[in-house]
Structures are given as C-alpha cells and as structure tokens.
Design a protein around this ligand. Structure first.
Ligand code: NAD
Length: 448
C-alpha cells in the first residue's frame, strides 16, 4: 500500500471518482446479499437496512461524486499586510495510508462511509470490520476484494484486541478512524500517540433527552420511540434516558407505550422490523438492567432468540449501573424533573454525551438547553435523525470522541490542507531585511 500510494496513482480526480462509482455499483449489485447479512447479524429488514445503512452510504458517495472536483480545488484565502503583495492558498492533499475500524451495530455504513471519505480524499485504506457482525464483515470483505486491488483497499478480519495493535504497533498509518466504545477509543489514542498518528474517534455515551411541558407530546413520543428502539436500541445516537418535566411525564410514558405497540406489534419477537441483541454478553448485561427499575412497559426477553422487548423503566436509582454505563439496548429509563438543576445534575454524572435531544415549542428553552449542555450532535424536537444529514458533521466531544465526519467533513478528515503563501519577486521592501535599526515605527504600523 505504501509503495502504491507513493506512485501517486490514487491522487488524481479521475481515479478517485472511478473508485467511488465502482463502490456504488457494487453496493447496488450486492444489495440482496448485504441485506441477508444484516438480517443474520442483527435482524434488520430491507427497509431498515436501506434507511440506516445502504441508502446512507449511497447518499454519501453520491454527494462526494457531485462535489469532489470543488473540494479538491486549492482554496484561496486572505493575506495580511505584513506579507503584501503575496497570495495564500490551501492545497488539499491526501494523507496516505489510513486505517478505518468499524463497529457492529451499523456494520456496513460505519465502516464504508468513512471508507468512501478516505477514497474520495485519495488515500489507500485498510478496513477492520467488527468481528461481532461476522456475516456483514464477510460480505464487505468479498466486495472490497472483488472491486479493488489490495494495494488500494484491504479488509483485515479478526479480533480487534489482537489485529489492531498488531497493525498499529508495526506500521505507521497516516490516520486512524475508529468507531466504537470509549475504553477501546482510549487505547487507540495511546497507540496512535507513539507515532503521532492523527485520529478520529467516534465513541459513545449516555444521550439525554429532555421533554419540556410545552412540547408536542404526540410527536415527541413517536420520535423518541423510533430513536430509542430502532436496531433494538443498539444505536450510538439513541436517546439513552428521558428527562421529562414532572407535569407531563405520565402522559409521555403512556404515549411511548402506545407507540411501541403500534410500531412493533403486541409480540415484537415475531413481528417485522424489531432487531435482536448482537450477542449473549450484551444480552446478559441488558437483562441485568431490567431489575434496576420498575417495568412499566415490555420487560420480556428470550435468550435463544436474543430478544428483549422494548422496555420502559421508572423509579431507577441514579446510581444504578444502568445510569453509569451506556445502555445500548431497548431499555428506556424515564426520570421526571421539576427544576433545570435537577436535570442538569443527572446529565452531569455522564458528561459530554455524544448526542442530546430537547423537545419544546419554546425558542428560549431550546437555546438555553443547547447552550447549557456540552454534547457532540443533537436535535430539537427529534432524535437520532441528525446522523442522516450529511451537511452536519457527526462526532462527539470530550469523552464521546474526537473529530467529525459525513459529507464534506469526511473528505476533510482524510485530507491535509497544505497552507502555502506565494510571494511575487517584483516587490521586496528593505524594511523586511536587517539592519532593522530605526524601522520600529514602520514595523509597528504594518504589524498590529
Ligand atoms: P466493537 O466491539 O465492535 O469494537 C469496535 C471495533 O474495535 C471493532 O472493529 C473491534 O474489532 C475493535 N476492537 C475491539 N477491541 C479492541 C482493542 N482492544 N484494540 C483495538 N481494537 C479493538 O464495538 P463496541 O466497542 O462494543 O461498540 C459499541 C460502542 O460504539 C458504543 O459505545 C457506541 O455508542 C459506539 N458507537 C459509536 C458510534 C459513533 O459514530 N460515534 C457509532 C456506533 C457505535
């Protein structure tokens, strides 16, 4: 890969667009196979697979194809008086050989959207899919091996804890893009630090969701139900828990309960479109959470099927373990609050959430909450959908990650912008050269 990158083959516009078109065609050609794999790994339906995986990926590729020429152009920026009459430019240049590490919950798009960004930016890419979505990982490996030479794109399978350090400790990548949990994110950062490798860390956290009493409760309940229980709650942007104003909490819970029945039927195990838990370890952890509060909806589970019903919990102690860890499953604790301080206190025990949601009709409250809480991405009167808008950079802050991607931002992640100043030779004032004695006044006028 290093040698191939050094030939400069990957850098021209035509090469990049050709690879993106090849990827797009392959994803469309193998859509049925991808869908089968996503069903096997996580019980995703073709509709869900399209909206949350394949379609999102294609949207990103199409967007890049449409704008790449412009993104690749050197950008002219201003120049200060001290450097008159120079002109200044930012030259986008690819980084080199990069590593993209994906996770299992959206095993296709969380690996291939950054991949598309890296290819659009002219890099060679090593892809490491999650071992916990093996069917999808296998399809991705087959597709990539079929359509790209291995010097350009290579899928490496295996246990992350072995394969990733083996690669990162023996080879200096020019960028590492990691999606997954906070503890592994920290170890990626440590490995990267040894060789000063730049990283993007797309991590998780507990996403709070505030519902003010002036919110449109019907709409709020619908959007919360969808955001929480899609992919059986195994979504980094799911509302992790609800903070509802005391006056409307019961009404909201009733509405969410009603929506669960409407969306997934009375028996979601056999229903169409309700996901399964990725593995037994995760399943057992989630089942333990069920006893940490009063179940007011759902609560059923079935280990052989790795099924946990969409569940609402109340009366959860703030120090219960499910309030100290990201839930990442179909369990929704609901708290009521009377003063903002109460809500802020609960949020504060898991600071820097990846996402934050507020439902309100009031502009002031919306502004107040957005300014008060430090978070990565969020929505007003919606949940989770911000992820699908490629004009917004997606990423966390502090504990929930470093950097953001999607759309042009993905291109930027894998691009270094060389800052270049060009100075004409016809003007070369003596003020800039020694001896400087007696020039202070003029220098003070030029530079201030
Ligand atoms: P995971 O176990 O699939 O791990 C993610 C990747 O890291 C895998 O490719 C795995 O092979 C690799 N890995 C595992 N252990 C490693 C180690 N010790 N060293 C190096 N690599 C290793 O997934 P997970 O970590 O359980 O992911 C769930 C988390 O991901 C949740 O916290 C969720 O919020 C977060 N997430 C974040 C985003 C986002 O875009 N910010 C998206 C999805 C999930």
């Amino acid at each position: 890969m290093r040698e191939f990158y050094a030939t400069g083959t990957t850098r021209p516009f035509r090469f990049r667009t050709k690879q993106l078109i090849t990827l797009k065609r392959a994803v469309l050609k193998y859509e049925a196979e991808i869908n089968r794999a996503l069903y096997e790994d996580l019980r995703k339906t073709p509709e869900e697979a399209w909206v949350t995986e394949t379609g999102l990926l294609l949207q990103e590729i199409n967007h890049a194809l449409k704008h790449l020429k412009q993104w690749m152009r050197p950008e002219r920026v201003g120049t200060n008086l001290l450097n008159f009459p120079s002109t200044s430019y930012l030259y986008p240049s690819s980084k080199g050989v990069v590593l993209v590490i994906g996770t299992w919950n959206f095993p296709l798009q969380l690996l291939l959207i950054p991949f598309a960004g890296a290819v659009a930016a002219g890099n060679c890419v090593v892809l490491k899919p999650s071992e916990f979505a093996p069917a999808t990982a296998a399809v991705i490996e087959r597709i990539i091996a079929e359509i790209f030479p291995k010097e350009l794109a290579l899928v490496v399978q295996g246990e992350g804890a072995e394969v990733v350090p083996a690669m990162m400790n023996t080879f200096r990548f020019d960028h590492v893009f990691y999606t997954g949990s906070v503890p592994v994110g920290k170890s990626i950062l440590q490995m990267a630090a040894k060789e000063l490798v730049p990283v993007t860390l797309e991590l998780g956290g507990k996403n709070p969701c505030i519902i003010e009493k002036d919110a449109d409760l019907r709409v709020a309940a619908r959007r919360i139900t969808l955001g929480k229980f899609t992919n059986a709650g195994q979504m980094c942007v799911s509302p992790d828990y609800l903070l509802a104003r005391a006056e409307i909490k019961d009404a909201l819970v009733d509405l969410v309960r009603g929506n669960i029945a409407k969306f997934y039927g009375e028996h979601p195990t056999d229903g169409y479109g309700y996901g399964k838990i990725v593995n037994e370890k995760q399943f057992d952890k989630l089942v333990r959470y069920l006893s940490q509060g009063r179940i007011v909806a759902g609560g059923e589970y079935d280990r052989p099927k790795r099924f946990i019903a969409p569940t609402i919990l109340e009366d959860v102690a703030p120090n219960a373990s499910l309030m100290q860890e990201e839930i990442f499953g179909p369990i929704l604790p609901v708290f009521s609050f009377r003063t903002n301080a109460e809500a802020i206190n609960i949020i504060g025990s898991n600071p820097n959430p990846l996402s934050f949601y507020v439902f309100t009709r009031s502009r002031e409250k919306e502004k107040e909450w957005i300014e008060r809480i430090q978070f990565g991405t969020g929505c007003v009167n919606n949940s989770a959908w911000q992820f699908s808008n490629h004009y917004l950079p997606f990423g966390g802050v502090g504990q929930s990650g470093i950097g953001g991607y999607h759309g042009k931002h993905s291109f930027d992640v894998f691009t270094h912008r060389k800052a270049v100043m060009k100075t004409p030779t016809w003007f070369d004032p003596a003020i800039k050269y020694p001896p400087f004695k007696g020039k202070l006044r003029v220098l003070k006028w030029i530079l201030r």
